[in-house]
Design a protein around this ligand. Structure first.
Ligand code: SF4
Length: 374
């Protein structure tokens, strides 16, 4: 691949070697005004990844774009948040895929070799050895990726260009994910403190959105621990096993989420395919006449989907029972405090306010005392 194009695939070994061979040190790149454009692009790279998609920003220069990748990895490492790492790795891999789909076949073969995936150009796409295929498709859950659903010819699998690019996307995601967080010296993070602050704010906003988004009357705070775990994994971009996806989907549908809300919840998973996910969620919701209940705790335990059991789990046998029980207790407590409040004399209802103002008075007295002592 031409050096001028390395900025399009900055995760390749050749790109890393090119950056390592540059005259400037990493300290200079993180501080010098001459690299401001690269740092700014690095920040937007991470923020766009948090929001779900890294976009092409034509800066007209390859070096800032190329350097923005290692700087972005440093930013992500300084923040050191598992949710961010997963989202960033996925967004970088998808960004690469958006280019690979239109790429020359020889370039795709070269990218594959960097990941030890040996593929040859075939009449209708690519021909890949089944061991490379299994390794590449290991993280993909959709049934079409299972080797049994492929035609094997003398140990080789034929796949389309789009499918080959998708396999490469997964290999890129895993490479980026495994390498992060980097062991970054504190002074590097300090040098980029303002950018880090901005990224953190964006990250917190997105996390909050995930917590609050679209649950209507549903009470996420009353979810059983297994569902909390599966939900945060799915929203953090973890590719859930089929049994876990089924448990999570059927639970959410049964407590009142719509098919669309559940589909959107999966749109950060590495092999998200809206059409396919919609079909599967619709199926579990009962489009064929049979709607499904989530698995019992016994089945959840058998499939390794029971996480972080708590006290309530001791007396229930089903995640839905957990939810009903906790929600009922929650509502009873709310009702009790409402009754308590309505039975109070009017003057006592403002007790909190009176205490608050007296605390302010006390603290102002103390402040004065300190000042006087000075
Ligand atoms: S015991 Fe049941 S409800 Fe509790 S975490 Fe395990 S599967 Fe979920």
């Amino acid at each position: 691949m031409d050096e001028a194009r390395l900025s399009e695939y900055p995760f390749l070994t050749k790109a890393a070697e090119y950056v390592a061979g540059m005259d400037s040190t990493i300290d200079e790149i993180l501080i010098s005004r001459g690299y401001g454009m690269a740092r700014s692009r690095a920040k937007s790279r991470v923020i766009q990844a948090i929001k779900g998609e890294i976009r092409n920003e034509d800066m007209g220069l390859d070096i800032p774009e190329l350097l923005s990748y290692p700087i972005a990895r440093i930013l992500v490492s300084c923040i050191d948040d598992a949710f961010l790492v997963r989202r960033y790795a996925l967004a970088e891999a998808k960004f690469a895929n958006s280019r690979m789909g239109k790429e020359d076949d020889n370039i795709l073969t070269e990218i594959g070799q960097d990941f030890n995936i040996n593929a040859s150009i075939a009449e209708k796409g690519f021909r890949i050895h089944f061991t490379d295929y299994i390794r590449g498709a290991a993280g993909m859950r959709a049934l079409k990726w299972k080797l049994v659903n492929r035609t094997l010819e003398s140990g080789y699998v034929n796949i389309t260009k789009e499918q080959y690019a998708r396999l490469l996307q997964e290999a890129i995601r895993v490479r980026i994910l495994k390498a992060l967080p980097l062991d970054v010296p504190d002074n590097f993070c300090q040098a980029m403190a303002d950018d880090i602050k901005e990224i953190r704010t964006c990250l917190e906003e997105i996390k909050k959105e995930f917590d609050e988004e679209g649950f209507g009357e549903v009470e996420p705070g009353d979810f059983p621990p297994c569902i909390v775990h599966l939900l945060s994994s799915a929203q953090g971009g973890v590719n859930l096993a089929h049994s876990a996806r089924f448990a999570l989907t059927s639970f959410l549908l049964n407590i009142g989420l719509s098919v669309d809300q559940v589909v959107q919840m999966f749109n950060v998973s590495p092999d998200f395919n809206e059409e396919m996910t919609h079909y599967q969620v619709d199926h579990i919701a009962g489009s064929t006449g049979t709607s499904y209940k989530p698995p019992s705790c016994t089945t959840m335990i058998t499939y390794g989907n029971c996480y972080n059991k708590d006290e309530i789990c001791r007396n229930i046998g089903h995640p839905l029972s957990y939810y009903r029980k906790k929600k009922k207790t929650h509502q009873e407590k709310l009702a009790e405090s409402a009754i308590h409040e309505s039975n109070m004399p009017e003057s006592d209802k403002h007790e909190g306010t009176i205490h608050e103002s007296s605390t302010h008075e006390n603290s102002s007295v103390k402040r004065r005392d300190i000042k006087n002592n000075e």
